[in-house]
Design a protein around this ligand. Structure first.
Ligand SMILES: Nc1ncnc2c1ncn2[C@H]1C[C@H](O)[C@@H](COP(=O)(O)OP(=O)(O)OP(=O)(O)O)O1
Ligand SMILES: [Mg+2]
Ligand SMILES: [Zn+2]
Length: 633
């Protein structure tokens, strides 16, 4: 073969190989889609077999059929009269909320139970009321001392005897409690402990053993049970050791409670807690009284704080609310900015001293402060009924977190608003923070998808995230997408994607790394003249450019490329797994965008309902670099 001929053959070979690469990616994409559809089909089939009631249990233990479970909604048990009486007389409540009675009856019957119920729906009653109606005491494991104190305060106010053991208990107090555990005349009905106590105090375990043998340990409640699992959003190492409870006290019914656990997290918790066949009751995640909305933060001139203050002064005048921010510094500055505009706001974060924190909490709870500007440190156990708005100045790091934080609104079942300000740069601020967390990037991208999406009802995104089958009627225009659905159009962004990918590719060939900001600027023609000549710049607005880059990241055409120094983590963009697909002429990408401001560069595709699959499994936590970047809360 002469050399010309050899060159031709080589070129042909290269082209075939490139095409094969593309085909391989397409196959991978289709397999991914097949897997997701198969799992959806399985879920739907499972639902078909169940009665159509959203508060029906999902995935109950194999020991009981749906029919058998129904029986636990009745009030003809030997304890039913006492239960009803104590509900009214002690807890001063007129009736049970959905699932409460069933959960209580199951637990009273000695079953192990996982109860998944949205925040503020009344999980605590499901172990407090049985505790009052049972001999002996209930052991309650709680992750935070503040949660424990709130509950003790509440129980004291309704004359239910409860005690606690935690790191700050005095020696005498601990001694009395430990002694009373086996005393049949001991007055307390609930004993609250931190998981650390169970893990570290041999004395406590041996006293529990004695109480168990004396038949005084009537029930074990593990609150915020998702903390057991590394896949949950609030993993606590000491929760991992709680399996000892069921191993030592196998006859005592265990009740695990959580607001936010997916099926796989629950499976993990079941293993960790050594509960062989728990029954799982799952209440619907749909909070019908909450209005969900996402507002865009403009990177050019971020006036989100002015926007927030206008909302508070007008729409939420004299109403109670929370503004969640990213960091301690943001809590201070945003709070100061709101104060300057005449709003009665106070910051709240982990670095404040305990007295100041509880003072802010107390003043807010009694309406002496209108707004708390808080980091996620203002979290579990916040139980104010009339919160009318929860505004996120920065997106949460996951949908679980967002659901829990925003869920503090409207606990009195009256209308309340949950608004997120979604900023392009915030994605990367949070990304570098969660880089070392298990599936941190994927969870963040799910949150970004919630915000970026204008295609699906926000409720449906939340419901699907929690494995709940969703029916679009369930929203009632209580989210911005459903309310303003006609303001969005589907556009073809294939050419845009090619332009952006070319910019990133060019940088790669020059051994240069580009931050998302640099990519944005380069595409908008703000980079060095030399580069401008080599790339296709755009006249799209900054918001549109950011939306497209975000979409490419979500869909896997771009991906994150972290770089670590001892002091900080940098976020760069590199080509994603799907980038080669763009070489295929027939491959196209669409996205839904806000109707306003689209210029001629964007080709309209009339209302196509195509959804590109999100990528999955791309996990920066696998990075070999071990430095952890933490945010101050
Ligand atoms: N049957 C009921 N009727 C009226 N109010 C109830 C009922 N049960 C509970 N509540 C009230 C009491 C509390 O003020 C509020 C929240 O209950 P709580 O048990 O703290 O929620 P929770 O534990 O499910 O939420 P979180 O996930 O935030 O901890 O609901
Ligand atoms: Mg609770
Ligand atoms: Zn909706």
């Amino acid at each position: 073969m002469d050399s010309d001929n050899a060159d031709d053959v080589q070129a042909g070979l290269d082209s075939v190989e490139a095409e094969l690469e593309v085909v391989k990616l397409q196959i991978a994409e289709l397999l991914e889609k097949q897997a997701s559809l198969t799992s959806k089909r399985k879920q739907l089939l499972r639902r078909l077999e169940e009665p159509c009631d959203s508060t029906q249990p999902s995935g109950s233990g194999p020991a009981m059929t749906k029919q058998e479970l129904l029986r636990y909604e009745n009030d003809d048990f030997s304890w039913s009269t006492e239960l009803g009486q104590n509900l009214k007389d002690v807890f001063q409540l007129s009736k049970f909320r959905p699932l409460q009675l069933k959960a209580i009856n199951l637990s009273m019957s000695g079953k192990d139970l996982f109860l998944v119920m949205p925040t503020g729906r009344g999980k605590s009653l499901c172990y407090q009321l049985p505790a009052v109606c049972s001999e002996g005491f209930t052991l309650v494991v709680t992750p935070l001392v503040s949660l424990m104190e709130d509950q003790l305060m509440y129980l004291k106010s309704i004359d239910v005897e409860a005690v606690s053991l935690n790191a700050s208990s005095s020696k005498e107090h601990a001694k009395t409690v430990l002694a009373e555990m086996t005393d049949s005349k001991a007055p307390f009905k609930l004993l609250y402990v931190t998981p650390e106590k169970i893990a570290k105090s041999k004395l406590l375990m041996s006293r529990l053993e004695k109480a168990y043998n004396a038949g005084r340990l009537s029930r074990i409640a593990v609150d915020e049970v998702h903390c057991c699992s590394q896949w949950g959003h609030d993993f606590r190492p000491d929760y991992k050791l709680l399996g000892i409870l069921k191993r030592q006290f196998p006859k005592v019914p265990l009740l695990g409670l959580t607001a936010t656990a997916t099926g796989s997290v629950l499976k993990d918790c079941q293993k960790i807690l050594c509960v062989p066949e728990p029954i799982t009751l799952t209440a619907s995640f749909n909070r019908t009284n909450l209005y969900y909305e996402v507002r865009l933060k403009d990177s050019n001139s971020d006036d989100s704080v002015s926007d927030i203050s206008a909302l508070i002064k007008e729409r939420y005048k004299d109403q109670s609310g929370i503004v969640y921010v990213f960091s301690q510094k943001d809590a201070e500055t945003v709070s100061a900015d709101l104060q300057k505009k005449g709003i009665n706001a106070s910051p709240y974060h982990a670095n404040m001293n305990p007295e100041d924190k509880s003072q802010v909490h107390r003043k807010w709870a009694t309406n002496k402060i209108q707004v708390v500007v808080a980091t996620v440190a203002f979290g579990m156990g916040i139980d104010k009924a009339d919160v009318r708005f929860v505004i996120h100045h920065t997106i949460s790091k996951s949908i679980e977190n967002y659901y829990q934080e925003s869920g503090r609104a409207g606990r009195d079942d009256k209308p309340a608003d949950c608004i997120v300000y979604f900023g392009f740069n915030d994605i990367f601020r949070i990304s570098t923070m969660v880089v070392m967390e298990n599936v941190g990037q994927q969870k963040l991208l799910n949150m970004v998808d919630y915000c970026q999406n204008v295609d699906r009802c926000r409720r449906s995104v939340i419901a699907v995230h929690f494995d709940e089958v969703w029916d679009d009627e369930g929203c009632n225009e209580m989210c911005d997408v459903c309310r303003h659905g006609n303001d969005y159009i589907t556009v073809d962004i294939t050419q845009h994607a090619k332009d952006v990918v070319q910019i990133v590719e060019l940088a790669g060939s020059l051994e240069e790394k580009l931050t998302p900001l640099k990519v944005t600027e380069a595409w908008m023609g703000k980079g060095p003249a030399k580069r401008r000549k080599m790339i296709q710049t755009t006249t799209l607005s900054r918001l549109e450019v950011e939306a497209i880059i975000t979409s490419l990241l979500l869909q896997g055409y771009l991906s994150e490329d972290f770089s670590f120094t001892p002091y900080t983590t940098y976020f760069y963009l590199k080509l994603g797994g799907k980038a080669p697909l763009l070489k295929n002429q027939s491959h196209s990408i669409t996205m839904k965008m806000r109707r306003t401001g689209l210029d001629a560069n964007t080709v309209k595709v009339s209302q196509v309902k195509t959804k590109e699959g999100k990528r999955s499994g791309d996990n920066a936590a696998n990075s070999p670099v071990t430095k952890k970047v933490k945010r101050d809360l």
